[in-house]
Design a protein around this ligand. Structure first.
Ligand code: HEC
Ligand code: HEC
Ligand code: HEC
Ligand code: HEC
Length: 111
């Protein structure tokens, strides 16, 4: 019984951890100075059946992909800046699909 309780508790932790890891919605605002942060509906994009690697381009397919911000910093370094990476990734696809926000104020929306 005790063991069952312990394993149930750890299952709960795993579930919580999985939810915490792959966000429903992520607020992209680490580098925001001039523009309001961008609300990114992660789950909605995953539900479009996009491969994780479409965005998580360094992901090997094992475990959880790492945050874009681990490599894409506010200032350009080894990797392009976060601003550059997100603008290229996000806006490019929305233009191609003719869907999703393409104007500045649609992503950088004032609350
Ligand atoms: C598809 C959504 C999207 C659109 C459209 C978009 N941006 Fe962004 N932008 C982002 C994201 C995401 C970031 C990075 C957020 C972060 O730093 O966490 C960003 C970062 C920035 C930054 C750097 C952070 C700051 O506040 O200084 C500026 C400046 C910026 N965008 C300006 C613009 C302008 C101007 C336009 C229109 C020409 C625009 N963006 C259109 C999503 C978008
Ligand atoms: C349309 C682009 C896109 C797709 C497709 C996508 N993600 Fe993400 N994901 C992001 C962005 C943007 C973030 C938030 C910024 C960040 O911290 O990396 C994020 C964050 C995450 C995080 C949290 C990272 C952290 O440490 O904070 C996990 C975990 C994750 N995604 C998993 C997945 C998995 C698994 C898939 C495939 C089923 C997937 N993502 C598909 C763009 C995407
Ligand atoms: C492990 C480090 C790492 C992670 C995590 C990472 N990137 Fe990158 N990214 C890079 C590097 C390095 C480059 C430069 C070109 C290359 O090596 O592929 C790059 C290039 C890019 C480019 C092309 C920019 C250009 O100038 O053409 C885009 C777009 C991009 N990343 C978006 C993202 C997004 C969005 C995420 C998160 C969902 C992400 N990256 C996660 C390291 C990373
Ligand atoms: C591979 C294509 C693709 C990429 C990459 C992508 N999106 Fe989208 N996004 C879409 C499509 C398609 C829609 C329209 C969904 C709809 O209208 O049903 C959309 C819709 C949205 C919406 C509006 C959601 C709503 O509820 O109306 C936001 C906000 C958004 N995207 C933000 C982003 C941000 C920020 C990024 C980059 C981190 C990003 N997207 C990357 C394809 C993409």
């Amino acid at each position: 019984m005790r063991r069952l309780v312990i394993s149930l508790v750890s299952v709960c932790f795993l579930v919580v951890a999985a939810f915490a890891a792959a966000p429903q919605v992520a607020t992209l605002g680490k580098c925001q100075k001039r523009k309001p942060p961008v609300v990114f509906p992660h789950k909605k994009h995953v539900d479009m059946k996009l491969d994780c690697k479409v965005c998580h381009h360094k992901y090997e397919g094992k475990g959880e992909p790492r945050s874009c911000f681990t490599c894409h910093k506010c200032e350009k370094g080894k990797a392009p800046s976060a601003k550059m990476a997100f603008h290229k990734k996000c806006v490019k696809c929305h233009k191609k699909e003719k869907k999703g926000p393409r104007r500045c104020s649609q992503c950088h929306a004032k609350k």
